[in-house]
Design a protein around this ligand. Structure first.
Ligand code: PLP
Length: 390
């Protein structure tokens, strides 16, 4: 039977760049010990207090259909959090609760793009971006950034790529680079959106993981609240990846339209999960700092390990749970390096090429294992690269 073009073309065909990841998983299944630094998943689990709140909500009866836009309490809490952190007046009507940030990314593109519209994103990019855009019927177009500008898009590149586009998707703090966009970059993004009448889709799921500088939500820049859809999530901030709870924040009339999409797709998020998310958000900033602390620590450990050599260089890791390592001194592609490292040292990292064209010759390291094992793995990676470069 014929399937739709939309579903058969979501991945865009060809290798998805995740071969090293799958090879590592096969080795693990065959009993080979592998140090996996691939996936953006914490090495701690959701806290017992949040699980207790979930249990109490579920056994208390919040297991029926929940309100499709989200419970009023959670929408209000998310709105208050965003207003407090950005200074932009935000109410429950500006918020739709979604099953994670990924569903929010899809819904946002569905909301603003008609079939065939051009939707721009920044390379290197989070793996699902082009497929999400294709799934929404739009045509993805990448702005290829450069290590020379710390993988931040420049004004001329933004202006050139967005001619005739409908939307621009940005992500700061960034996966995979760990870069936090500067005020200047965000202003250039805002100016481009204004000049080309674009929707901005701002993926801010790492907003609680900032090690250097300050996270600025572009929705807070003058004139941007009316044309920005912010994607947020509890996955990274509260180690709730499996709970599937996130949100879109945008203009109230747009959110009202996206609620119609939710009614006809997800039909909302389980009530007991939303109650647990609401509980978690009321625990204050200290809980978020605790969840982020291991990555802050390991980022510092990475910088210590890299000191005193210049074969492996870090892209300034200012946020998120990754560090992008520049291995061009080895003359190997990121893919060749990651494969060789896996074979020789049983350490799995993601080739930069898995995230588009811009990060060729780099690998992304997820800082998601215990500190002592992490330091050991980084030391072995550096020694391996140094031997290759010699
Ligand atoms: N956006 C970015 C940049 C991510 O790295 C991820 C997950 O790794 C997501 C969105 C989706 O997260 P979730 O659907 O778990 O909220």
């Amino acid at each position: 039977m014929k399937l739709s073009h939309r579903i058969t073309h979501i991945t865009g065909g060809g290798s998805d760049g995740w071969d090293v990841f799958y090879k590592a998983r096969r080795m693990v299944a065959d009993g080979v010990p592998v140090t996996e630094l691939t996936i953006g998943e914490h090495d701690i689990r959701t806290s017992p207090a949040i699980l207790e709140a979930m249990h109490t909500a579920a056994t208390g009866g919040h297991t029926g259909y929940a309100m499709v836009p989200g419970t009023h309490d959670l929408r209000k809490t998310v709105a208050a959090r965003i207003a407090a952190r950005t200074g932009v007046p935000t109410t429950a009507d500006n918020i739709l609760i979604t099953p994670g940030g990924q569903a929010a990314l899809f819904a946002a593109h569905m909301a603003v793009c008609d079939p065939g519209d051009m939707a721009v994103y920044i390379d290197p990019y989070y793996a699902t971006y082009p497929g999400t855009i294709r799934g929404a019927g739009a045509v993805p177009k990448a702005i290829i950034t450069s290590p020379d500008t710390a993988f931040q898009p420049t004004s001329p590149a933004l202006a050139e790529a967005t001619k005739g586009a409908t939307s621009l998707l940005v992500n700061t703090p960034n996966n995979p680079t760990g870069v936090v966009y500067s005020q200047d970059t965000l202003q250039a993004i805002a100016d481009t959106c204004d000049a080309h009448d674009l929707w901005l889709i701002s993926d801010e799921v790492y907003d609680t993981q900032v090690w250097e500088g300050r996270h600025i939500s572009p929705r807070s820049l003058p004139g941007m609240a009316e044309r920005t859809l912010v994607v947020g999530s509890m996955s990274k901030s509260h180690a709730m990846t499996g709970s599937r709870v996130g949100w879109i924040c945008g203009p109230a009339d747009t959110i009202a339209q996206i609620i119609n999409l939710a009614t006809h797709t997800t039909y909302g998020v389980p009530g007991f999960i939303q109650d647990a998310a609401n509980f978690a958000l009321h625990q204050g900033d200290a809980v978020e700092e605790d969840v982020a602390a291991p990555f802050r620590r390991r980022r510092a450990l990475t910088m210590q390990a890299l000191a005193g050599q210049n074969v492996v260089r870090a892209v300034p890791a200012q946020g998120a749970m990754y560090v992008m390592l520049d291995l061009r001194a080895t003359w190997m592609s990121g893919e060749a390096f990651a494969n060789a490292l896996l074979d020789a040292e049983h350490i799995a990292v993601m080739p930069g090429e898995s995230f588009g064209k811009a990060a060729a010759g780099h690998v992304r390291v997820a800082m998601t294992i215990a500190d002592n094992q992490y330091v050991d793995a980084i030391g072995r990676l550096i020694a391996f690269a140094s031997a290759r470069a010699a």
